[in-house]
Design a protein around this ligand. Structure first.
Ligand code: MG
Length: 382
């Protein structure tokens, strides 16, 4: 029986991880979870699973939960995530947090000897070199959960990386793929949240619409598979059936295909190296592929440049993206301003190779535009 911890258990990936665990309850013991501010969801999870430790977002909720679940140890906030990561029992920590909040708990869990099932790509974008170094130092496993990276991991199984010519990550194009750049001016939040193939959280769905998600995934793949950026390609694939290709030096190409269901890569990571039954098998139909359009999706092109430059630039890009997406979700900026903010934050650093203060630059832009910058700077600091 494998011990499992889930950070972000009430989110989209977290709930699908709970589904995977429920399907084979004898295979897993859910030891620790972090929850949301949605009390209905939180209680439904705590009623179904007998966990030992649980992280709540805010301390105000503590008396209620401690009274209702007296056998659970409750911890709070960011420190609580670290408490779960360092809980003194080995196991797999599923990091299903959204955004940069995932980094510190991942590092703490590695240092505590836990294997990491990583759905939080921002962790590798921000600190891939440090994370990979820590994984090797502490001798734990890093199990990809992102569907494309799981596909590549499966496709590379038994192969030598010396034989790999390149890997190709597929991209659906996201919710706004049918629009050209001129039509992106007036898209609404609800337009951007309608992903054609995947059921995911708000942040990653917006990232898919801007193609920043694919940019983050290229950087994630660079760290996971140790390949240079010129051996990592992206391709447009409407159906999200093929998740990744590996091209080998001998002219052979392998691919991994499945229905678009995150429970498949989650189950592969949790049951690894075993495969388990899944009820919905793929029926093959027409599959379409198109070359990536870097003019339509400039943030993907930027991500390659940022990844190649390395250093702190991926961290700055990730922070700018997180802040900009938060502003878009709150209705403070337009869809295209997500791109503008990220490019604005990155440009000075690219030109000068000197560290920049993202607060200062974006504040200046917002002041120039006559808008309040307070919400943006608070996004950066939160
Ligand atoms: Mg993905």
């Amino acid at each position: 029986m494998k011990r499992i911890y889930i950070l972000g258990a009430a989110g989209s990936i977290g709930e699908q991880t709970l589904d995977v665990i429920s399907q084979m309850p004898d295979a897993f013991q859910l030891v620790g979870i972090s929850l949301s501010t949605d009390h209905y969801k939180n209680q439904s999870i705590l009623d179904r699973f007998q966990v030992e430790i649980c992280c709540l977002r805010v301390s105000d909720d503590l008396p209620f939960y401690e009274h209702k679940y007296p056998n659970v140890q409750f911890v709070i906030g960011d420190q609580g995530l670290l408490d779960i990561a360092s809980y003194p029992k080995s196991g797999i920590l599923v990091n299903a947090l959204s955004g940069s909040a995932g980094l510190k708990p991942t590092m703490r869990a590695i240092e505590s000897g836990k294997d990491i099932a990583l759905a939080n790509k921002e962790t590798l974008v921000m600190a891939g070199d440090l994370v990979i170094e820590a994984i090797q130092k502490y001798g734990v496993k890093l199990l990809p959960v992102d569907s494309e990276h799981s596909a590549l991991w499966q496709t590379l199984k038994g192969e030598s990386m010396d034989d790999v010519l390149k890997i190709i990550i597929t991209a659906s194009g996201g919710s706004l793929r049918h629009l050209d750049r001129y039509q992106l001016d007036n898209v609404t939040l609800s337009d951007a949240l309608k992903h054609p193939n995947w059921s995911m959280g708000a942040k990653i769905t917006i990232d898919s619409a801007t193609m920043m998600n694919k940019g983050l995934e290229v950087i994630e793949a660079h760290h996971l598979f140790g390949l240079p950026y010129d051996q990592i390609e992206t391709i447009l694939h409407d159906e999200s059936v093929v998740h990744g290709f590996v091209a080998f030096k001998d002219g052979t190409m392998k691919a991994s295909l499945s229905v678009s269901d995150m429970r498949i890569p989650i189950a592969y990571a949790l049951h690894y190296p075993k495969r388990v039954d899944y009820p919905h098998h793929l029926e093959l139909s027409n599959l379409s592929f198109k070359p990536m359009d870097f003019d339509r999706f400039p943030l993907l092109k930027l991500s390659y440049e940022v990844g190649k430059t390395g250093g702190l630039l991926p961290t700055v890009m990730n922070a700018a993206n997180e802040a900009a997406v938060k502003l878009f979700i709150h209705g403070d900026i337009s869809f295209l301003e997500i791109e503008s903010i990220i490019i604005f934050c990155i440009q000075p650093l690219k030109k000068s190779s000197k560290p920049i203060d993202p607060f200062k630059n974006t504040s200046r832009m917002f002041t120039e535009r006559g808008k309040s910058c307070s919400s943006l700077t608070s996004s950066f600091s939160s």
